[in-house]
Design a protein around this ligand. Sequence first.
Ligand code: MN
Ligand code: MN
Length: 321
Amino acid sequence: MHEPRVNDGGTVGPVDGLQVPRFAGHSTFARLPRREDVEAFDVAVVGVPFDSGVTYRPGARFGPSHIRQGSRLLRPYNPALDVSPFAGVQVVDAGDIAANPFSIEDALEQIEAGVRELSADGRNVVLLGGDHTVTLPALRALKAQHGPIALVHFDAHLDTWDTYFDAPFTHGTPFRRAWQEGLLDADHTMHVGIRGSLYSRDDLADDASMGFSIVPARDLDRLGADGVVERVRERVGDAPVYISIDIDVLDPGFAPGTGTPEAGGLTSRELLEMVRGFAGAHVVGADVVEVSPPYDHAEITAIAAANLAYEYCSVFAWNRR
Ligand code: MN
Ligand code: MN
């Protein structure tokens, strides 16, 4: 069926929500065209349905389709940044990267190859996870193109642990591996939203030895979103930035649908504003991971994740205009 689209600036936009109801039609992200529907693209939104690296509640393999469902209400104009993220910039839904659920090593290679291909020639990528393991191959792909990456990591957890049950590649270890592999620009990396209990005091010392600076969740009320943005922008400078959002950085009240929830987190409003604060920074890629639909209610988590991905697209459009 031919679907009327919002076209602007020579790009193919979302299906027009004033002509086709938002609950009808294909469930691409934000009702954008599929990659195969256009000749070329600037920004790819891609699903990574992989959760074989989780340590507690599973289910994030169903995250991409759930986030797409939660994205149906997104509209073409973003007043917060005064930008139309899908006009003048060709954004596509590139489908899902097929990753082997029985071999994490194979999956890492498949995801890296997928991101490498999508991000070639300076294109931007937005990954919809999947568990946090998927960020490691994304960083491998982007480091090959841009050099060491300034990672800004929003999460309740450090994710710089060494192994779980002797396994080196899990959703709790991607950033130690990334640091060991030289993927990170250690002077420009940071965690935001860290909270909750740890195995020991050594966890923090270990993390600091890898160069990360931390804005813990409990500093949010004192700093506010603007204060956090100021610290982040100062930290990353002009370096190529990758933004990784583990949805559990939000309070469980704002993101119940996730695998390892921790009390005392950020609000959706705070986090959305922080993402907008990257407008003008050299962001090369971004992800939102750890959305687990079986624990979600009323699409609360999916809607938060979809709006975060929309803000990523808005930052890319703002930077490209
Ligand atoms: Mn986490
Ligand atoms: Mn994580």
